[in-house]
Design a protein around this ligand. Structure first.
Ligand SMILES: Nc1ncnc2c1ncn2[C@@H]1O[C@H](COP(=O)(O)OP(=O)(O)OP(=O)(O)O)[C@@H](O)[C@H]1O
Ligand SMILES: [Mg+2]
Length: 232
Protein backbone atom coordinates (compact mmCIF):
# COMPACT_ATOMS: atom_id res chain seq x y z
CA UNK A 1 0.00 0.00 0.00
CA UNK A 2 1.23 3.50 -0.79
CA UNK A 3 2.09 5.51 2.29
CA UNK A 4 -0.12 8.58 2.68
CA UNK A 5 3.06 10.54 3.22
CA UNK A 6 6.75 9.79 2.85
CA UNK A 7 9.67 12.07 3.72
CA UNK A 8 13.08 11.23 2.38
CA UNK A 9 16.05 13.19 3.67
CA UNK A 10 14.01 16.35 4.20
CA UNK A 11 15.92 19.45 5.23
CA UNK A 12 14.82 23.03 5.83
CA UNK A 13 17.26 25.89 6.22
CA UNK A 14 15.84 29.33 7.01
CA UNK A 15 17.70 32.46 5.96
CA UNK A 16 17.93 34.88 8.85
CA UNK A 17 19.86 38.11 9.40
CA UNK A 18 22.16 36.19 11.74
CA UNK A 19 22.86 33.59 9.04
CA UNK A 20 21.27 30.31 7.97
CA UNK A 21 19.24 28.37 10.56
CA UNK A 22 18.86 24.63 10.07
CA UNK A 23 15.35 23.75 11.25
CA UNK A 24 15.16 20.26 9.71
CA UNK A 25 18.03 18.01 8.75
CA UNK A 26 17.81 14.61 7.03
CA UNK A 27 14.29 13.78 8.22
CA UNK A 28 12.87 10.53 6.79
CA UNK A 29 9.72 8.68 7.79
CA UNK A 30 6.44 7.40 6.41
CA UNK A 31 2.87 7.53 7.65
CA UNK A 32 0.30 5.08 6.32
CA UNK A 33 -3.48 5.23 6.29
CA UNK A 34 -4.67 4.08 9.72
CA UNK A 35 -1.59 5.44 11.54
CA UNK A 36 -1.79 7.82 14.51
CA UNK A 37 1.68 9.35 14.91
CA UNK A 38 2.82 11.80 17.60
CA UNK A 39 5.72 14.20 17.17
CA UNK A 40 7.41 15.47 20.30
CA UNK A 41 10.51 17.54 20.98
CA UNK A 42 11.72 20.61 22.86
CA UNK A 43 10.92 24.19 21.86
CA UNK A 44 12.80 25.20 18.72
CA UNK A 45 13.49 21.60 17.69
CA UNK A 46 11.62 21.92 14.37
CA UNK A 47 8.15 20.52 15.10
CA UNK A 48 6.19 23.39 13.56
CA UNK A 49 8.51 23.48 10.56
CA UNK A 50 7.92 19.76 10.12
CA UNK A 51 4.13 20.11 10.43
CA UNK A 52 4.12 23.06 8.01
CA UNK A 53 6.13 20.95 5.59
CA UNK A 54 3.67 18.06 5.87
CA UNK A 55 0.81 20.52 5.35
CA UNK A 56 2.41 21.97 2.20
CA UNK A 57 2.58 25.36 3.91
CA UNK A 58 6.36 25.31 3.73
CA UNK A 59 8.80 23.82 1.21
CA UNK A 60 11.82 21.71 2.12
CA UNK A 61 15.18 23.07 0.99
CA UNK A 62 16.47 19.49 0.63
CA UNK A 63 15.04 16.01 0.15
CA UNK A 64 11.70 14.75 -1.08
CA UNK A 65 8.17 14.89 0.29
CA UNK A 66 5.68 12.52 -1.30
CA UNK A 67 1.99 13.01 -0.51
CA UNK A 68 -0.22 10.17 -1.69
CA UNK A 69 2.67 9.05 -3.91
CA UNK A 70 3.09 12.45 -5.57
CA UNK A 71 6.39 14.34 -5.26
CA UNK A 72 5.37 17.77 -3.98
CA UNK A 73 8.66 19.63 -3.74
CA UNK A 74 8.79 20.96 -7.30
CA UNK A 75 5.06 21.56 -7.77
CA UNK A 76 3.86 25.09 -8.46
CA UNK A 77 2.05 26.80 -5.60
CA UNK A 78 -1.39 26.39 -7.22
CA UNK A 79 -0.96 22.62 -7.46
CA UNK A 80 0.20 22.46 -3.83
CA UNK A 81 -2.84 24.47 -2.76
CA UNK A 82 -5.10 22.06 -4.64
CA UNK A 83 -3.42 19.02 -3.05
CA UNK A 84 -3.75 20.64 0.38
CA UNK A 85 -7.44 21.41 -0.08
CA UNK A 86 -8.17 17.91 -1.31
CA UNK A 87 -6.07 15.70 0.96
CA UNK A 88 -5.22 17.56 4.18
CA UNK A 89 -7.12 18.73 7.24
CA UNK A 90 -5.73 20.94 10.03
CA UNK A 91 -6.59 21.10 13.74
CA UNK A 92 -5.07 23.71 16.06
CA UNK A 93 -4.77 24.31 19.78
CA UNK A 94 -7.24 27.22 19.66
CA UNK A 95 -10.41 25.87 18.08
CA UNK A 96 -10.97 28.82 15.72
CA UNK A 97 -14.75 28.35 15.51
CA UNK A 98 -16.98 31.14 14.22
CA UNK A 99 -18.80 32.27 17.36
CA UNK A 100 -22.20 33.17 15.93
CA UNK A 101 -22.51 30.01 13.80
CA UNK A 102 -23.89 26.66 14.95
CA UNK A 103 -21.73 23.54 15.00
CA UNK A 104 -23.16 22.34 11.70
CA UNK A 105 -22.72 25.78 10.09
CA UNK A 106 -19.07 25.87 11.23
CA UNK A 107 -18.44 22.44 9.74
CA UNK A 108 -20.18 23.38 6.47
CA UNK A 109 -17.81 26.37 5.98
CA UNK A 110 -14.95 24.51 4.24
CA UNK A 111 -17.46 23.11 1.73
CA UNK A 112 -18.52 26.62 0.70
CA UNK A 113 -16.71 26.41 -2.64
CA UNK A 114 -17.79 22.96 -3.75
CA UNK A 115 -20.60 22.79 -6.26
CA UNK A 116 -22.94 20.48 -4.42
CA UNK A 117 -26.37 21.74 -3.41
CA UNK A 118 -26.60 23.41 -0.02
CA UNK A 119 -28.69 20.59 1.45
CA UNK A 120 -26.04 17.99 0.53
CA UNK A 121 -23.25 20.08 2.03
CA UNK A 122 -25.25 20.37 5.22
CA UNK A 123 -25.79 16.60 5.30
CA UNK A 124 -22.07 16.03 4.77
CA UNK A 125 -21.34 18.36 7.71
CA UNK A 126 -23.87 16.52 9.88
CA UNK A 127 -22.21 13.21 9.03
CA UNK A 128 -18.81 14.64 10.04
CA UNK A 129 -20.29 15.79 13.38
CA UNK A 130 -21.87 12.38 13.91
CA UNK A 131 -18.44 10.74 13.32
CA UNK A 132 -16.99 12.79 16.19
CA UNK A 133 -19.88 11.93 18.51
CA UNK A 134 -21.73 15.25 18.39
CA UNK A 135 -25.05 14.14 16.89
CA UNK A 136 -26.80 15.74 19.88
CA UNK A 137 -25.05 19.13 19.43
CA UNK A 138 -25.62 19.87 15.73
CA UNK A 139 -27.33 23.21 16.35
CA UNK A 140 -25.27 24.26 19.38
CA UNK A 141 -23.38 27.57 19.38
CA UNK A 142 -19.69 27.52 20.37
CA UNK A 143 -20.17 29.48 23.64
CA UNK A 144 -22.53 26.76 24.90
CA UNK A 145 -19.98 24.00 24.29
CA UNK A 146 -17.20 22.57 26.47
CA UNK A 147 -13.58 22.75 25.30
CA UNK A 148 -13.68 19.10 24.30
CA UNK A 149 -16.87 19.61 22.31
CA UNK A 150 -15.38 22.63 20.53
CA UNK A 151 -12.31 20.62 19.59
CA UNK A 152 -14.60 17.88 18.25
CA UNK A 153 -16.35 20.45 16.07
CA UNK A 154 -12.93 21.63 14.85
CA UNK A 155 -11.99 18.00 14.08
CA UNK A 156 -15.28 17.51 12.20
CA UNK A 157 -14.58 20.69 10.21
CA UNK A 158 -11.04 19.46 9.42
CA UNK A 159 -12.31 16.09 8.19
CA UNK A 160 -15.61 17.03 6.49
CA UNK A 161 -13.99 16.85 3.03
CA UNK A 162 -12.67 13.35 3.89
CA UNK A 163 -8.95 14.10 3.62
CA UNK A 164 -6.21 11.43 3.64
CA UNK A 165 -4.13 13.26 6.23
CA UNK A 166 -5.09 15.10 9.43
CA UNK A 167 -2.43 17.37 10.93
CA UNK A 168 -2.93 18.49 14.54
CA UNK A 169 -0.79 21.14 16.25
CA UNK A 170 -1.12 20.80 20.04
CA UNK A 171 -4.78 19.74 19.73
CA UNK A 172 -5.06 19.16 23.49
CA UNK A 173 -3.18 22.31 24.55
CA UNK A 174 -6.36 23.98 25.85
CA UNK A 175 -7.92 20.86 27.37
CA UNK A 176 -7.73 19.16 30.76
CA UNK A 177 -6.20 15.70 31.12
CA UNK A 178 -9.41 13.67 30.84
CA UNK A 179 -10.70 15.63 27.87
CA UNK A 180 -7.28 15.33 26.20
CA UNK A 181 -7.50 11.56 26.53
CA UNK A 182 -10.97 11.56 24.95
CA UNK A 183 -9.78 13.70 22.03
CA UNK A 184 -6.82 11.33 21.47
CA UNK A 185 -9.24 8.40 21.56
CA UNK A 186 -11.31 10.11 18.89
CA UNK A 187 -8.20 10.71 16.75
CA UNK A 188 -7.38 7.02 17.20
CA UNK A 189 -10.89 6.06 16.04
CA UNK A 190 -10.55 8.30 12.97
CA UNK A 191 -7.17 6.69 12.20
CA UNK A 192 -8.72 3.22 12.46
CA UNK A 193 -11.31 4.46 9.98
CA UNK A 194 -8.46 4.88 7.47
CA UNK A 195 -7.15 8.42 8.06
CA UNK A 196 -3.45 9.16 8.59
CA UNK A 197 -3.15 11.38 11.69
CA UNK A 198 -0.09 13.35 12.83
CA UNK A 199 -0.19 15.14 16.20
CA UNK A 200 2.44 17.56 17.48
CA UNK A 201 2.34 17.73 21.27
CA UNK A 202 4.33 18.78 24.32
CA UNK A 203 2.37 16.33 26.46
CA UNK A 204 3.98 12.90 26.88
CA UNK A 205 0.71 11.33 28.06
CA UNK A 206 -0.93 12.54 24.84
CA UNK A 207 1.97 11.18 22.76
CA UNK A 208 1.65 7.79 24.42
CA UNK A 209 -1.88 7.46 23.07
CA UNK A 210 -0.42 7.40 19.54
CA UNK A 211 0.64 4.27 17.67
CA UNK A 212 4.11 5.71 17.10
CA UNK A 213 6.13 8.54 18.63
CA UNK A 214 8.71 10.49 16.64
CA UNK A 215 11.10 12.61 18.68
CA UNK A 216 12.66 15.69 17.07
CA UNK A 217 15.79 17.35 18.43
CA UNK A 218 17.75 20.10 16.66
CA UNK A 219 15.91 19.35 13.45
CA UNK A 220 16.72 15.64 13.44
CA UNK A 221 14.57 12.65 14.18
CA UNK A 222 16.50 11.20 17.11
CA UNK A 223 14.17 8.44 18.14
CA UNK A 224 11.28 6.52 16.74
CA UNK A 225 9.45 4.85 19.58
CA UNK A 226 6.26 2.91 20.05
CA UNK A 227 3.29 4.61 21.69
CA UNK A 228 0.12 2.69 22.43
CA UNK A 229 1.24 -0.18 20.18
CA UNK A 230 4.28 -0.77 22.39
CA UNK A 231 2.43 -0.63 25.71
CA UNK A 232 0.21 -3.65 25.21
N1 LIG B 1 10.83 31.95 9.65
C1 LIG B 1 11.93 31.59 10.30
N2 LIG B 1 13.10 32.24 10.06
C2 LIG B 1 14.24 31.88 10.70
N3 LIG B 1 14.31 30.87 11.62
C3 LIG B 1 13.18 30.21 11.90
C4 LIG B 1 11.93 30.53 11.27
N4 LIG B 1 10.98 29.69 11.76
C5 LIG B 1 11.61 28.89 12.65
N5 LIG B 1 12.92 29.19 12.73
C6 LIG B 1 13.93 28.50 13.56
O1 LIG B 1 13.91 27.12 13.20
C7 LIG B 1 14.04 26.28 14.35
C8 LIG B 1 12.81 25.37 14.47
O2 LIG B 1 11.65 26.15 14.74
P1 LIG B 1 10.19 25.54 14.92
O3 LIG B 1 9.26 26.68 15.00
O4 LIG B 1 9.98 24.54 13.85
O5 LIG B 1 10.34 24.81 16.34
P2 LIG B 1 9.22 24.12 17.28
O6 LIG B 1 9.75 22.76 17.62
O7 LIG B 1 7.89 24.20 16.63
O8 LIG B 1 9.23 25.01 18.59
P3 LIG B 1 8.02 25.33 19.65
O9 LIG B 1 7.86 24.08 20.49
O10 LIG B 1 8.57 26.46 20.46
O11 LIG B 1 6.79 25.68 18.88
C9 LIG B 1 14.23 27.23 15.53
O12 LIG B 1 15.63 27.40 15.72
C10 LIG B 1 13.61 28.53 15.04
O13 LIG B 1 14.20 29.63 15.67
MG1 LIG C 1 6.08 25.14 17.18
Amino acid sequence: MTAVLALDGVGRVYDSPAGPVTALDGVSFEVAAGDLVAIIGPSGSGKSTLLNTLGLLDRPTAGRYLLNGEDTAGLPEAARTRLRAQHIGFVFQAFHLVGHKTAVANVTLPLMYNRRPRRERREQAEQALIRVGLEHRLRALPHTMSGGEKQRVAIARATVHEPLLLLCDEPTGNLDTDTSATVMELLGDLARGGLAVVVVTHDLAVAEAADRVLRVRDGRLTEVGAGRAGND
